[in-house]
Write a protein that binds this ligand. Structure first.
Ligand code: MSP
Length: 515
């Protein structure tokens, strides 16, 4: 039976244009989805837009638009981002779709049936920016006397009738669940934060609103719409067919293997979401991973500072695969990271152009010049030859381990260790000198190198799909020979290779001195 893999991004609020943070979360998921597909899994990769709630309603009002027309327009920006970054999602969900309304209302009915919903009234603080309720003791007063949430969002006092979810009753069962599923939250530091939050005691959660109407109606009480986070989280099961738990998609893909989220929204995914699901008798996802946040040249990214990084601009300046590589290589995944032009150019010119690009270019042009443009026939392999080819082939096992713990930086480091080894091998073997003294050995050395580049390119496809496709084209690797089963195959001597051309251009920056 084929193994399945279901991975999701958060669904993005349509109040704003996509920025680097959105691209980052989806990129991480895209790389994992691509890796698993190449590794033989049946993959479902979901992204989409979060279109209800007060924040979106207010943005629509500010734009002088009807909320549906507004969300139609802004949601398209996220689809455009998906296309620009070559993201390979299998579905794009919008919470204003009919399938989602059905799913949310069905989940609500289950929570009611479980006895976990009751009607009361909510007097308290609410931050529209975070779409979150806060306890007064979590807030600070700013110089204008406004109450400010730990996220920096301004809070307003709301007092309205509301349905509540009996979250307080779930504290012990959640703690048991975390204990029984030690990998449920990654990275470990975040897991500890969640555990101490839950141990500190949980209050019942307000899960409906009555003071505005842009949301999914509560079944049986048209005065209420569902709290936008309950609505939003449900997208993950809607997309695989909930409430039809017998649907093939649901059976294949639920529970999800991984919800990828930013650290700011971990509590919703690691506390509220499993509580809702357990209450409804639905299995919680297998894992939630919280990544860090990007700053820009050391500064927090914010619209008011005017330093928002436009992902489209970024790929226009540096190239798509260069940006994909940088975002995942520069910062240990899970930590916060700083975007700087200097670091970006450094990675692009050193790791990509000088190391990997130059390796492929040297090997392919030596073959073009000295072997009649054909894969040379190898003779007997030496220990050094076996070591290099063996390391390249063995990388897969290492990468599986790293990707399963979302350690993208380690996967890339391990890959580049082999790139460096291959470059050192070129220098040691000096094939250009062998041309005169021992052409047969030169053929073997170039074969070993071409074979190593092939393995490296196959394994790097998830991160840089377009550049690696070019590299594999130059090695005349057939399109249906590019999944990971091809690692155990070999280049065939005598295969004609196309004329080589560089895959990774250097970035030439006239405006400042380079790293
Ligand atoms: N709509 C909710 C998610 C609902 S999921 C059921 C939401 N949307 S969001 O558009 O505000 O944020 C989506 C993601 O972008 C979050 O994972 C968030 O962490 C991420 N980022 C926003 N700014 C970021 C950075 N500066 N850096 C990295 N990621 C950041 O929250």
């Amino acid at each position: 039976m084929t193994k399945s893999f279901y991975i999701t991004t958060p669904i993005y609020y349509v109040n704003d244009a996509p920025h680097i943070g959105h691209a980052y979360t989806t990129l991480a998921c895209d790389v994992l989805a691509r890796f698993k597909r190449l590794d033989g899994f049946d993959v479902r990769f979901l992204t989409g837009t979060d279109e209800h709630g007060q924040k979106v309603e207010k943005s629509a009002q500010a734009a002088g638009m009807d909320p549906q027309a507004f969300t139609d327009q802004v949601s398209q920006n996220f689809r455009d981002l998906t296309a620009a970054f070559d993201f390979s999602n299998d579905d794009f969900i919008r919470t204003t779709e009919a399938r989602h309304k059905t799913s949310c209302q069905a989940l609500w009915e289950k929570l009611v049936a479980a006895g976990d919903i009751y009607l009361a009234s909510y007097p308290g603080w609410y931050a529209v920016r975070d779409e979150a309720f806060y306890d007064e003791k979590e807030l600070t007063k700013n110089e204008d006397g406004k109450m400010i949430a730990p996220s920096g969002a301004e809070c307003e006092w709301v007092e309205e009738p509301s349905y509540f979810f009996r979250l307080s009753a779930w504290q012990d069962r959640l703690l048991d669940f975390y204990e029984a599923n030690p990998d449920f939250i990654g990275p470990t530091s975040r897991r500890n934060e969640v555990l101490s939050f839950v141990r500190g005691g949980l209050k019942d959660l307000s899960v409906s609103r009555t003071t505005f109407s842009w949301g999914i109606p509560v079944p049986g009480d048209a005065d209420h719409i569902m709290y936008v986070w309950l609505d939003a989280l449900t997208n993950y099961i809607t997309a695989v067919g909930y409430p039809d738990e017998d649907s093939p998609a649901y059976k294949t893909f639920w529970p999800a293997d991984l919800h990828m989220v930013g650290k700011d929204i971990l509590r919703f995914h690691a506390v509220y979401w499993p509580a809702f699901l357990l209450s409804a008798g639905v299995a919680p996802p297998k894992r939630v991973f919280a990544h860090g946040w990007w700053t820009n040249e050391g500064q927090k990214i914010s619209k008011s500072l005017g330093n928002v990084i436009d992902p489209h601009q970024l790929i226009e300046t540096y190239g798509l695969d260069q940006v994909r590589y940088f975002l995942l290589r520069e910062v240990p995944f899970g930590n916060d990271g700083d975007f700087s032009k200097r670091a970006m150019i450094g990675r692009m010119n050193y790791d990509l152009a000088n190391q990997f690009g130059n390796l492929a270019q040297r090997v392919l042009s030596m073959i073009a010049k000295n072997c009649g443009g054909q894969v040379p026939a190898p003779g007997a392999f030496t220990q050094a030859d076996e070591d290099l080819m063996g390391n390249a082939a063995r990388l897969l096992a290492q990468l599986r381990g790293f990707y399963d713990e979302q350690a993208f930086h380690k996967a890339l480091e391990a890959t580049w260790a082999v790139v460096s080894q291959a470059n050192a091998y070129v220098d040691e073997q000096a094939p250009w000198a062998l041309r005169k003294t021992d052409p047969a050995r030169m053929g073997t050395v170039l074969y070993v190198l071409a074979e190593s580049v092939r393995c490296l390119a196959l394994l790097t496809q998830p991160v840089m799909p377009q550049s690696m496709a070019k590299m594999l084209d130059q090695l005349a690797v057939a399109a249906d020979d590019r999944d990971f089963t091809a690692l155990s195959k070999n280049l065939v001597a005598g295969t004609a290779l196309p004329k080589p051309s560089g895959v990774f251009p250097r970035f030439v920056d006239d405006s400042e001195s380079q790293a």
